[in-house]
Design a protein around this ligand. Structure first.
Ligand code: KE4
Length: 429
């Protein structure tokens, strides 16, 4: 497979940008080799700068639930651009998008639009800290909530699970305010609340984890977190940046019947353009400036082009049968992958919720339900699988610990192409 133009572009990029990329996971560090540069996407397909075509399961890490260059989104953005690209002042599209979000997610009684998931989660914990006058937050090992300082924290040692910086530049004093617990381990959370419940401003969790690869909440886990937050007066934040309007029309909170105090959103609500959002209980959101004293702001928040894309995306997701089609295509794909692995005698575990999925290369096909079990996966074998598929025209997320996404542009042709590629790739491991 000729990737000469990508290589030359990457050489130039490395001289200009850290690691040659504008976001680390794109650099293929998780799978080896050098990243591809893409020149276009159409539906479920990507074309790289050397003309190679791939069925795309990254979907820009989640936003492209209708695939690339979805005409209603392209038309909406084009039309919006003709009326100006930004006003730095209120415009009707912000109201329309806010109404769509609140209608589909009733727990979001009031919402603030921002330009990324990181902005949304950073603002949400500031709001929780301001509202409760407490400083400690609790997150889960392996969950990713964006690049905010309070989230770049790893589990400390000892019963306190004191946070330690997971990146240089994160002050130890701040990291200590982030506690971590294993995902799906309600007992650990109960022990932390028993010891420090009065200090905890918020619990933030990916209701379906996408950032360890896909992890599925055990029955009772999310409900247990909800109850503990209510009991101890902590704010329960569902980080639905990835799952929002992805795993159900009303997100994971609809799928699992959970009512959080705050929800963070991104990806799908921008339809591929920069939109994030945080929202929830009216009395909480009313504490945000200028209505309340807790400050958060953004030059391009509610940007007309980004909002036009988000509206077109959410409106199209309102079409009857959209989520049923996503479910059926995703089920066929993942059942097929498991069947191919079985016939090839290659142990792997596929975790899937709706149209987000991960194939884990665990030693004996063991179940993966938390950070520790995910880390048992053979990342070298995943890397070989990734590159073997790339050569067959299939583009997975370039890391064992990321989610793959099926879009509404994927159909039988893409599934057949992918399963034929998987069959070949599994025999080359
Ligand atoms: P952004 O700031 O990247 O828009 O969103 C941060 C974020 C917050 N919460 C969750 C659950 C997320 O998955 C993300 C971002 N997801 C990653 C994928 N693992 C984005 C890809 C990247 O970092 O380049």
């Amino acid at each position: 497979m000729n990737t000469e133009r990508s290589k030359r572009l990457f050489d130039r990029a490395k001289a200009l940008m850290p690691g040659g990329v504008n976001s680390p996971v794109r650099a293929f560090r998780g799978v080896g080799g050098e990243p591809l540069f893409f020149k276009s996407g159409e539906g479920a397909w990507l074309t790289d700068v050397d003309g190679n075509r791939y069925v795309d399961y990254v979907g820009s890490w989640g936003p492209l639930i209708f695939g690339h260059a979805f005409p209603p989104i392209v038309d909406a953005v084009t039309a919006a651009a003709r009326s100006g690209t930004s006003f730095g002042a209120p415009h009707p599209g912000e109201v329309t998008l806010a109404e769509l979000i609140s209608r589909r997610m009733p727990s979001v009684e009031k919402v603030r639009l921002v330009s990324s998931g990181t902005e949304a989660t950073t603002a949400a914990i500031r709001l929780a800290r301001g509202a409760t006058k407490r400083d400690v937050i609790l997150k889960f090992e392996g969950c990713y909530h964006g690049a905010g300082d309070s989230f770049l924290v790893k589990a400390g040692s000892g019963v306190e699970t004191l946070g330690l910086p997971d990146s240089p530049g994160v002050p130890a004093a701040l990291a200590r305010l982030t506690l971590t617990a294993p995902f799906n381990d309600l007992g650990a959370v109960e022990r932390i609340f028993a010891e420090r419940g009065g200090e905890i401003a918020a619990v933030i969790v990916e209701p379906v984890v996408g950032n360890m690869g896909v992890l599925i909440p055990r029955p009772g886990f999310l409900e247990g977190l909800r109850a503990l937050c209510t009991k101890h007066g902590a704010i329960f934040i569902l980080d639905e940046v990835m799952t929002g309007f992805r795993v159900a029309r009303g997100g994971a909170q609809e799928r699992y019947g959970i009512r959080p105090d705050l929800t963070t959103l991104g990806k799908v609500i921008g339809g591929g353009l920069p939109v994030g959002a945080y929202g929830g209980r009216r009395e909480l959101m009313s504490l945000i400036a200028p209505e309340g004293p807790i400050y958060q702001a953004g030059t391009l928040s509610g940007n007309p082009l980004a909002v036009a894309a988000g509206i077109a995306c959410l409106e199209a997701l309102g079409s009857p049968g959209a989520y049923e089609k996503l479910e059926e295509t995703s089920r066929q794909l993942c059942d097929g992958i498991e069947a191919e692995a079985k016939s090839a005698g290659v142990p792997l575990t596929v975790n899937r919720v709706g149209s987000m999925w991960t194939a884990f290369f665990t030693p004996h096909g063991e179940p993966v339900f938390d950070y520790a079990s995910a880390k048992q996966a053979d990342t070298a074998r995943f890397g070989r699988f990734f590159h073997a598929l790339l050569e067959e025209g299939v583009y997975l997320a370039p890391s064992q610990f990321e989610a793959c996404f099926v879009s509404l542009a994927h159909g039988p042709r893409e599934v057949d192409h992918t399963l034929a590629a998987v069959k070949k790739a599994l025999r080359r491991l």
